[in-house]
Design a protein. Structure first.
Length: 296
């Protein structure tokens, strides 16, 4: 038997449906942005970035978590300008950026993704995990993007293990070189801030919090395993999974970072549709072909 062939109708209409779904996602993103901007929402994280005192980013003693600013001083290059604006303006711009990145990553899946609690809450709070997802995806083409991951939440940088396991030395060295250059430059500018940051991460281990109460060290083996499997098979999407599991604190909005898997899913679906359009039988393919679909 020749196998069951794809229907030309749905193959022909799939791109149009994708455009329609993406348009609906954009419309919903704009509506959600307007709703949050009109009501204020609860921008707890982005407000913490805006309200942080550049001269005292890292409180000492038992007050270390009060500011919500737990990233390296290099993060000031990203958010420092925002303090020149009123809080409401900065929050609106920041949420708009997060939504734009989300639509870029999710494409036709933007609407259902925005309806999930972790992603909707991430946009509301104004955290950086969607930006980190973008940096990881971009990091396969521009390895220097990994600097954003390492210089913010640090531990998801374990994803760089993928390059080492695959003996891709050049992108690994570029990622580490850009990260080091930014760290050194900001260290020269703000040595006191860096001392405060190093004291913070060295003296206060990340807590296990609600709703899962799982520590970083409990999650790390699973993160490394995901990355190792991805390196073994040549898959990139497990790097996003591993980096998500390696977040310093894992709580209810943390899974929002998994939106970084979606570009690889979309690429695989596109290749599958092109194969179906060419009349390739829709039966189980050889493992090498399946593996290729999961690569970029």
């Amino acid at each position: 038997m020749n196998g069951l062939r794809a229907s030309p109708f749905w193959v022909r209409w799939a791109p149009r449906l994708a455009v329609f779904a993406t348009t609906m996602g954009i419309a919903f993103a704009v509506a959600y942005w307007w709703q949050l901007t009109s009501t204020g929402g609860e921008p707890v994280d982005v407000q913490a970035y805006w309200a942080a005192d550049p001269n005292a980013l890292y409180p000492s003693g038992d007050n270390w978590r009060e500011t919500g600013y737990l990233y390296s001083p290099a993060f000031e290059l990203v958010v420092g300008w925002g303090r020149l604006l009123p809080l409401e303006v900065f929050v609106a711009l920041w949420r708009g950026l997060l939504l734009a990145v989300l639509v870029y990553l999710a494409g036709p899946l933007s609407l259902p993704v925005l309806l999930t609690i972790p992603v909707a809450s991430e946009i509301n709070a104004g955290n950086i995990q969607i930006l980190m997802a973008l940096a990881i995806v971009a990091g396969f083409r521009w390895p220097g993007a990994w600097a954003f991951v390492v210089l913010t939440k640090l531990t998801p940088g374990v994803g760089l293990l993928w390059f080492l396991l695959r003996r891709q030395w050049r992108p690994f060295l570029i990622a580490m070189g850009v990260t080091t250059a930014i760290a050194v430059a900001t260290g020269v500018l703000w040595p006191d801030r860096w001392l405060g940051y190093l004291s913070l991460i060295g003296g206060h281990p990340a807590p296990a919090v609600s709703p899962w109460y799982v520590t970083f060290w409990q999650r790390l083996p699973f993160a490394i395993a995901a990355i190792a499997v991805g390196a073994w098979r040549g898959w990139r999407w497990p790097v996003v999974v591993g980096a998500t599991l390696a977040l310093p604190v894992f709580y209810w909005i943390s899974p929002s970072m998994l939106v970084g898997v979606l570009p690889f899913v979309r690429a695989a679906a596109g290749r599958w549709l092109r194969g179906a359009d060419a009349g390739i039988p829709l039966r189980p393919q050889a493992s090498t072909e399946t593996d290729a679909m999961l690569r970029t």
